[in-house]
Design a protein around this ligand. Sequence first.
Ligand SMILES: *Cc1c(COP(=O)(O)O)cnc(C)c1O
Length: 396
Amino acid sequence: MSKILNEFLSSNLQELKDNGLYNEINVVRGANGPVIDIDGKELINLSSNNYLGLATDETLKQAAKDTIDSHGVGAGAVRTINGTLDVHVELEETLAEFKGTEAAVAFQSGFNCNMAAIQAVMNKEDAILSDELNHASIIDGCRLSRAKIIRVNHSDMDDLRQKAKEATESGQYKKVMYITDGVFSMDGDVAKLPEIVEIAKEFDLITYVDDAHGSGVMGKGAGTVKHFGLEKEVDIQMGTLSKAIGVVGGYIAGTKELADYLKVAARPFLFSTSLTPGDTKAINEAVKMLMASTELHDQLWENGDYLKKGLKSLGFNIGNSETPITPCIIGDEKTTQAFSKRLMEEGVYAKSIVFPTVPRGTGRVRNMPTAAHTKEMLDEALEIYEKVGKELNVIS
Ligand SMILES: *Cc1c(COP(=O)(O)O)cnc(C)c1O
């Protein structure tokens, strides 16, 4: 065993622990539903991305089981050899219909989509304008492409316009892309897509929207791009199948040519085994369910609004979320962590998020209500919030 590696690991672990940044992972016993069991204790779960409660849906479970029986547990190969099964093609057709695009390509995860698509389309002769609050997978995907990365102030359209102008007028780059989250997961705010599309037209930017937190949530379920009616304007839409859709995987939606190109150029498509058949079928059922009814979506928003109203009237600062994501901004890092810990002791699981994930002094406990929460659960969570808030002098 390498001594250098051992020293590297222990000193880094120690440093994280000394700075209170070492994350102890909680193990959930059983399903990740609206109430979870951690260490034998039942907690109201306000930290999952399972927005519509589909992770434990009976129809999806049955679809997965039946498909395991007919197709087996694994796809057996990468998509380009013989790992493209009928269920993958069916899912991609459903996804394109759902998103209102010509085509869609499914990947093994949302993270993989960003590894796949950015690198396939952009290269070292290009530039990418990237919102400063973009998700880690976007940042990594951009780096992998070797394009010049230009950070744009968060949702600052003047800054975007200025930097788009500079990048295009410099003549230095063959292509320029603007990439943004559709919904920003830390604050729940929404990208200003109508203005973004305007600016993109003016400077011929390629537009790429990562709608991991928007799919199933915005646009009656079809996402942020559909919410603004811009399906024909945004070049590349990325979505995850692991959050609102409740299973695992991701997809890129766009023109048929984009899909055709990704199938020959996107490295995770070429070199990593495709989604399992059972998951693929469950996802297809979930997407069809969202196209057939907005019931779960409506319940999600009702629950989100209920929780927000409750927290606000207790006197908490819930920021400016435009989605069900409900941050409860506490401020300093230590109090935020103590707050989350006390919530857990009292029966609410809501994770603290502090610097460096969010700016210093804006530590928060982030709440993700879902369609599966009952009013009783949300009321109980609010009571616990009130108790802990008063105890830690966050509210009076
Ligand atoms: C969660 C998330 C991803 C990754 O999706 P997975 O399917 O979990 O890999 C990518 N982008 C954003 C903005 C996300 O929130």
